[in-house]
Design a binder for this molecule. Structure first.
Ligand SMILES: Cc1cc2nc3c(=O)[nH]c(=O)nc-3n(C[C@H](O)[C@H](O)[C@H](O)COP(=O)(O)OP(=O)(O)OC[C@H]3O[C@@H](n4cnc5c(N)ncnc54)[C@H](O)[C@@H]3O)c2cc1C
Length: 247
């Protein structure tokens, strides 16, 4: 069993009523961008642990995580109350296959995430590998309200650094916000709206799609993509779609 190590909270940023980020100092093992670790707190005499994707990139310190406070969720509603200097358990070893090593060669990479599901994408995008491997990268972030669109400064810095090779498209489902799409990712893949907004076409010979976050978005997007001949990426049978479900 992987070992728990004690980390220390060095920042807790409350973005909105249900979104926050923790910065944590902890001596974890090296990980690969896109992986997750587990965080835990001892609550009522029990260690309550959940998996969380790294938003920070390998080698970056402090470690950073992006959270949603789930309705009645035990751990997320405890993590949100942590203060500077508080201890938090972190699994020393990370896990997961939502990493570029698992993605076959392709020309462009589409990264589609809902809510906190953008975390692994930022971890990956702030490393060199995707920019060496892919000609163009499209990041899509779907949220409920404009104020849920966090980490725009990271988006801006990527735009600046990789000008002409990086596209960003936001979805805001509950508000009409200029420049964003009001709708669900799967429907806009089906009706072509996403490609129209981004100005690029998903193509089985050149696109790989990574999907992360809400399992309904993941499942429905996979269905729509399958109807266009994209297939799931598996170790034995490489394909075009790599997924990570958050629940
Ligand atoms: C591989 C992996 C990586 C994950 N990475 C993250 C991450 O980086 N950030 C993060 O906030 N969560 C992440 N999660 C979800 C996380 O592990 C917990 O499920 C979540 O924090 C809720 O825990 P809880 O104890 O508060 O509530 P629980 O009682 O465990 O969950 C309650 C319900 O909340 C909903 N829910 C869970 N997670 C989310 C979410 N992120 N956004 C919206 N609704 C949610 C689901 O309906 C779930 O059934 C990840 C899950 C997996 C499997």
């Amino acid at each position: 069993m992987a070992k728990w190590i004690q980390g220390t909270v060095v920042d807790n940023i409350h973005w909105t009523e249900n979104l926050f980020s923790l910065k944590i100092d902890a001596d974890v093992d090296n990980f690969t961008a896109g992986q997750f670790t587990s965080l835990a707190l001892d609550i009522g005499g029990k260690r309550i642990a959940r998996p969380y994707s790294y938003l920070s990139s390998p080698g970056q310190r402090p470690l950073e995580f992006f959270f949603y406070t789930a309705t009645d969720g035990i751990l997320s509603n405890a993590l949100v109350n942590l203060e500077l200097g508080d201890p938090v358990w972190v699994k020393q070893k990370s896990n997961g296959f939502f990493v570029l090593n698992e993605v076959p060669e392709s020309e462009e990479l589409w990264m589609l995430g809902t809510g906190t599901g953008v975390a692994p994408f930022f971890s990956i995008l702030n490393t060199d590998e995707p920019w060496i491997r892919f000609k163009h990268i499209i990041l899509v972030h779907a949220v409920r309200t404009k104020s849920d669109l966090r980490y725009q400064e990271l988006v801006d810095s990527l735009r600046h650094k990789y000008s002409g090779r990086f596209s960003f498209q936001a979805f805001v489902s509950r508000e009409t916000v200029p420049g964003t799409i009001r709708g669900r990712i799967p429907i806009t893949i089906e009706d072509g709206q996403l490609e129209e907004h981004v100005g690029r076409r998903l193509h089985i010979n050149k696109s790989h799609i990574m999907l992360c976050g809400n399992p309904d978005m993941v499942k429905d997007s996979v269905e729509v993509l399958k109807s266009r001949d994209f297939i799931k990426n598996r170790r034995r049978t490489p394909g075009h779609i790599t997924i990570e479900n958050y629940w």
